[in-house]
Design a protein around this ligand. Structure first.
Ligand SMILES: *Cc1c(COP(=O)(O)O)cnc(C)c1O
Length: 397
């Protein structure tokens, strides 16, 4: 028998990653919040969490979760369609729809599952799915799962997207983009993409995992920030585990979309509903995100401070105005070395390497939170320089 051994193959792939400085390491965190993390027995100042508004440990969320758990129990105990759809879920869906200015919303257990479910429900073999090259992995996986033809266009390049759509002018088509790109922090050109989709009869889907809570009026996301209405972007996916500090996701859009997803999105139908206390805590998070504008104002001040300080020190940043502020490094081994030196100096900033980002585009993904102070950002900037994050004069990143 010459059958390959699957575990041997996995080990070989892992060895190859190690050779290329691409090995991931799972670390146990003893304590952590938006601005600090305890690993290996040391407390580090953290610039890695997606808790952009600093809500994950907010007493109102903790209280809402505890109260709901005492009243409703911990788990939903069934799928939404089979008795698991509790009052807290229904109320949260209505509040998310109201916040994002959409007709209806539907909960999913994670953003990954929401994207898989939406794309599998909407698309079939023979259809066309057009996506930005830097979209999140789960949008790409959803397109593959659907059986549609997947065409990827150059990052943020609307002409490239138009060419991808034009190749199959008669196919049913969906264009999917991140609202804020998770590893770059850049914002999609949504009005131009919406105009393209309208002209081409394609459906526009926006994954706003990093825009919800952060951008737009009351933090309602990148679509409202750019003035694109529901009629021009039928599918909005938002996650609850980032700025809202809890976990799970939702899809918001016209009733025809949500009703269809209830029937056909397999990741909604065939899975246990989100624990009701998580829904209760998320309702508290939505209230705070909508009404505590100071969180976004302070975040914007931190972003400006970081960018100005980085320019002064010769650090190379990506062109981002969001709390995701990656420092470009390039080489994976060098990115790891800088991250290690930062950790030595008391800062936790992970190195992001391929295949999460393109080849030779390793970076330190700095994320800022409303819970950070200006002086912490100042010390991070100095530590980045000390750790070797400034490119040598003759080596462009
Ligand atoms: C985090 C993320 C997801 C996945 O959301 P989870 O709820 O963590 O599964 C999807 N899309 C983007 C752009 C993300 O950053």
């Amino acid at each position: 028998m010459s059958r390959p051994d699957l575990l041997d193959r996995l080990a070989a792939a892992q060895a190859e990653r190690a050779r290329d400085a691409l090995l991931r390491r799972l670390r146990t965190v003893d304590d952590g919040d938006a601005t600090s993390i305890v690993v290996g027995g040391r407390r580090l100042t953290g610039f890695a969490s997606n808790d952009y508004l600093g809500l994950a440990r907010h007493p109102e969320l903790v209280e809402a979760m505890t109260t709901a758990a005492r009243r409703d129990g911990v788990g939903a105990t069934a799928a939404h369609l089979l008795g698991g759809h509790r009052r807290e879920h229904a109320a949260l869906e209505a509040e998310l729809a109201d916040w994002t200015g959409r007709e209806r919303a539907l909960l999913f257990s994670t953003g990954y599952m929401a994207n898989l479910g939406v794309l599998q429900a909407l698309l079939d073999r023979g259809d066309l799915c057009v996506q930005d090259r830097l979209n999140h992995a789960c949008l790409l996986d959803g397109a593959r799962l659907s059986g549609a033809t997947l065409r990827r266009y150059a990052h943020a390049d609307v002409d490239s997207a138009a060419r991808a759509l034009a190749i199959q002018p008669d196919a049913a088509a969906l264009l999917a983009t991140d609202g804020v790109f998770s590893m770059d922090g850049t914002i999609a050109t949504l009005p131009a993409l919406a105009a393209l989709c309208r002209a081409q009869g394609a459906l526009l889907m926006v994954d706003d995992a990093h825009g919800i809570g952060v951008l737009g009026p009351e933090g309602s996301g990148s679509l409202r920030a750019s003035g694109v209405a529901e009629a021009d972007a039928a599918v909005l996916m938002g996650t609850l585990g980032k700025a809202l500090g809890t976990g799970g996701a939702f899809v918001a859009g016209p009733a025809a979309l949500v009703d269809g997803l209830v029937q056909f999105a397999r990741t909604h139908v065939y899975t246990t509903a989100m624990p009701p206390p998580v829904a209760a805590a998320t309702r508290a998070a939505v209230r705070l995100a909508r009404h505590e504008h100071w969180r976004r104002d302070h975040l914007a001040a931190l972003v400006a401070h970081f960018r100005n300080g980085a320019v002064q020190r010769g650090l190379v940043l990506l062109d981002s105005s969001t709390p995701i502020q990656p420092v470009a490094i390039g080489d994976s081994a060098r990115a790891l070395a800088v991250a290690a030196a930062l950790e030595e100096a008391g800062f936790f900033v992970p190195a992001i390497r391929p295949p999460t980002v393109p080849a030779n585009a390793a970076r330190l993904r700095v994320t800022l939170s409303a819970a950070h102070r200006i002086d912490q950002v100042e010390r991070l900037l100095d530590a980045l320089v000390e750790a070797g994050a400034v490119p040598a004069a003759d080596t462009p990143p």
